[in-house]
Design a protein around this ligand. Structure first.
Ligand SMILES: [Zn+2]
Length: 54
């Protein structure tokens, strides 16, 4: 199952593709369930292209 990550500082979107260039590497919150909003557009695009590494 994908892990959703969001940076703690500042307003950011949720990332679940580890190959997303905006995926936070430290100081982030995590959750297992897909959030209803604030999803990363880059992660969405990767998922659509089957290029999302979770
Ligand atoms: Zn992302």
């Amino acid at each position: 199952m994908a892990e959703y990550r969001r940076r703690k500082t500042g307003s950011d979107t949720w990332h679940w593709c580890r190959n997303c260039h905006l995926d936070p590497k430290s100081d982030y919150d995590t959750r297992d369930k897909r959030p209803d909003y604030d999803l990363c557009n880059h992660c969405k695009a990767k998922e659509k292209n089957n290029d999302c590494r979770t």
